[in-house]
Design a protein around this ligand. Structure first.
Ligand code: UD1
Ligand code: CA
Length: 449
């Protein structure tokens, strides 16, 4: 059975007090919108349509960055949630199969919950995702009778009796695409807000003899972000779940509460992650790798047997093959380190390829930027780069080559050659003592004046 998604993301989110549209605020190093898109993509949908409005161009760009096959439509002006869904009609109304409406600011709906809604469609034409609210506040209330959902009433339009209902509307709704758009075309604006309410489709369905029902999920799943405080709450909720999942999957976390994951972090079984490790987007770590304390990782891959840190920074494009060692105060960006490479201390490797079993001495810098362009450093297999070598790119170091400590390497080094790129040392006997005496005399003369 095919399913398509409509993700509502037109609202401006004024309570965020921000120039950034709400759905582009981040939790777990990813925009809120990407969380909703991830939930949708997990069901292998036929199509995903995002309804944009406020800062439509920015939101569209972010949706397309997530997946170029995501389609975006603009809702302008924003006349309510039913009006928002209606903007997707030109794309989806003729689709066979199911349609599910999600909100771009509600990041935690689980794929299993969406599956349960699709299953419930066997019993009902319209399925609404509800939750028992600890504090029902201003949520829409679900008016039920046995198995049947009679209507959804918005807080502002609810009677005192309806306001006492604690079963609330999450906003997620599922129906066949055809039914959804047919019902929506009949929604009016006779309500306190004079808006087109998506929630009205339940009563309209019932009136036309179609049944509606509820799937209930945990309140935590429906957590919506409206304020910065809720954004922080959502971040904390995400992190505690991600930590528990990592432990469950066989990852050792020495101090779980100090490790911060991204939405797309992947870590293999028996990897060890020390305290205070921060994951940015797009990090994958293979089984049995170790990341020691205080590392900052983004856009990188760490293979089996590799050891990173403490205090290492891996930036986008850092690819560490098996058994690579990266030590303290090392930064690696856009570089491929083949099997067994060692970069132990105080080093910058940027825009580089390093062949297997090469050793990079302390304080080495790949000088990759000339102020205008970036250039690549290529180091062969089993090379030995002496401490404090400056590799001025573009430059190539051959297999089994060696650079002397403190060298500034501006020319290619052939295989097996020793490169010395520094001035020759000269020792002047006794000159140190003489020099010190002279400096002390100068200081004393100043003190007397
Ligand atoms: C909505 C539901 C309410 C439910 C609550 C859950 C309606 C009428 N009410 O209320 O029953 O309990 O969500 O959080 O549906 N949006 C658009 N275009 C619009 C209006 C809204 O894209 O014209 C988007 C918003 O950006 C947001 C979502 O739809 O992501 C929900 O809109 P919002 O105004 O927050 O609805 P609520 O009043 O919270
Ligand atoms: Ca809301």
């Amino acid at each position: 059975m095919s399913v398509s998604f409509i993700i509502l993301a037109a609202g401006m989110g004024s309570r965020m007090n921000s120039d950034t549209p709400k759905v582009l605020h981040h939790i777990a190093a990813a925009p809120l919108l990407h969380h909703a898109l991830t939930a949708a993509r997990n069901l292998e949908p036929a199509r995903i349509v995002v309804v944009t409005g406020h800062e439509a161009a920015l939101v569209t760009k972010s949706a397309e960055a997530f997946d170029p096959s995501v389609e975006c439509v603009v809702q302008d002006p924003q006349l309510g949630t039913a009006h928002a869904v209606a903007q997707a009609a030109p794309l989806l109304a003729e689709m066979s199969g199911e349609a599910i409406v999600l909100y771009g600011d509600t990041p935690f709906i689980r794929p299993e919950t969406l599956e349960a809604m699709l299953h419930a469609r066997a019993r009902h034409s319209v399925v609404v995702l509800g939750f028992e609210a600890k504090d029902p506040g201003r949520y829409g209330r679900l008016v039920t009778s046995g198995e049947s959902l009679k209507k959804i009433v918005e807080y502002n339009d609810a009677s005192d009796e309806e306001r006492r209902i604690t079963l609330c509307n999450s906003g997620v709704i599922c129906a066949s695409a055809k039914t959804l758009f047919q019902l929506i075309s009949r929604v009016g604006t006779a309500n306190a807000a004079a808006e087109y309410y998506l929630t009205d489709i339940v009563e309209i369905a019932q009136a036309s003899g179609l049944s509606a029902g509820v799937v209930i999920c945990d309140e935590a799943e429906t957590l919506g972000v409206n304020t910065r405080a809720q954004l922080a709450e959502a971040e904390a909720a995400f992190q505690s779940r991600a930590r528990a999942e990592a432990l469950e999957n066989g990852v050792t976390l020495t101090a779980p509460e100090t490790v911060f994951f991204a939405l797309d972090t992947h870590i293999g079984r028996d990897a060890i992650i020390g305290p205070n490790v921060i994951f940015g987007p797009a990090v994958t770590i293979e089984s049995g790798a170790e990341v020691k304390a205080f590392c900052h990782l983004e856009g990188c891959h760490i293979s089996r047997g590799a050891v990173v840190g403490p205090f290492a920074r891996l930036r986008p494009g850092a690819e560490l093959a098996e058994d690579v060692h990266v030590g303290n105060f090392v930064e690696i960006k856009n570089a491929i380190l083949d099997e067994g490479v060692k970069v132990g201390h105080l080093t910058y490797i940027g825009d580089a390829d390093i062949g297997e079993f090469s050793n990079i001495g302390a304080g080495t810098v790949t000088c990759n930027y000339d102020g205008v362009m970036k250039h690549r450093t290529k180091i062969g297999k089993r090379a030995f780069i002496g401490s404090a070598t400056m590799l001025v790119a573009p430059v190539t170091i051959g297999n089994d080559a060696l650079t002397a400590s403190g060298s500034v390497i501006t020319e290619n080094v052939p295989d097996a050659a020793l490169a010395v790129g520094r001035s020759k040392q000269v020792n002047k006997p006794g000159l140190a003592t003489k020099l010190m005496a002279r400096l002390k005399a100068i200081k004393a003369a100043k003190g007397n004046s």
